[in-house]
Design a protein around this ligand. Sequence first.
Ligand code: FA5
Length: 333
Amino acid sequence: MIDDVRAAADAAVERLAAVATLAEARALETELLGKRGPFAEFKTRLGALATVEEKKAAGQALNEATQAVQSAVQARAQELQRAERAVQLEAERIDLTEVLSKPGRGHAHIVTQAWQRLEDVFVGLGFQVAEGPEVETDWYNFEALNMPPDHPARSMHDTFYVDHGNPGSTVLRTHTSPVQIRVMQHIAPPIYMIMPGKVFRNETTDATHLAVFHQIEGLVIDRGITLAHLAGTIEAFTKAFFGDGFSSRLRPSYFPFTEPSAEFDIRTPKGDWLELGGCGMVHPNVLRAGGLDPEEWSGFAFGFGIDRMAKERHAVGDVREMYTNDIRFIEQF
Ligand code: FA5
């Protein structure tokens, strides 16, 4: 009988090695070690053995065989469980990188990008940033800037009027220059400030003109400020914003709120000149409107178009293209 028991145990271990799934292993365990299995049958056969010694020897062999089969079942079950878990984990894996690399993430509009870069460059030069209202009084937009009601320069600005208060008293600001007055009224000099924002002009649009566009104003008020400081600041800005290959020049011009006044142009590495904006020394009447004594303080101001800068920087043919909201166009920048 002992040989039979050992042979049955060897056969059981061999069959266990051949099962492919955990369920099959469990079924085989029941078949081998259950009440109707070969080892239960050997147990009943023990009683039929003739001597106590025989019973003892066969009983011991049966115990050893049963234990060997049990540990073989255990080991095979663990092995299959690990394999099945690995297959399940692989099947349920979520690839998060797939979501991250999906196309379709947006970015700031090119005019917003130019606006943010301008702020960065001027903050790097020591300027602070202020903003003013888009709906202004006639006083801030014109009069405080040395343009009384009958001043001919008013006709340079095609103004949108707002139906509010006395007729003609409220406008959509035609430039960012009124923010100069608000800054002077609220902040004691020395002032080193930039004032970006949206402006409005009742103009027919074309490749370089919009009716709603953006300007960035600059204002410096301190003791002993001269035209040389203005020219130096414009040059430092040009190099910082456009790169070392660019330079700037001032050309005599006229603005009611600055004296002397200039247009400033930048020279591209190819040698072309581009007009960027206006500038000049703050007019004494403007300093007075802002509550400052022209005998004590002097300063310079400048203002230029952000949309035109974005247009030049990205070589866009027509400023209007930037506002068509055509995703194929906007995505390029
Ligand atoms: C002014 O608006 C003055 N306030 C600038 C200034 C500030 C001068 C401080 C002196 C001291 P001007 O109208 O030239 O100036 O406009 C300035 C810039 O705004 C122009 O050079 C141009 O870049 C931009 N700009 C003017 N009109 C339009 C328009 N319709 N569409 C797009 N950009 C425009």
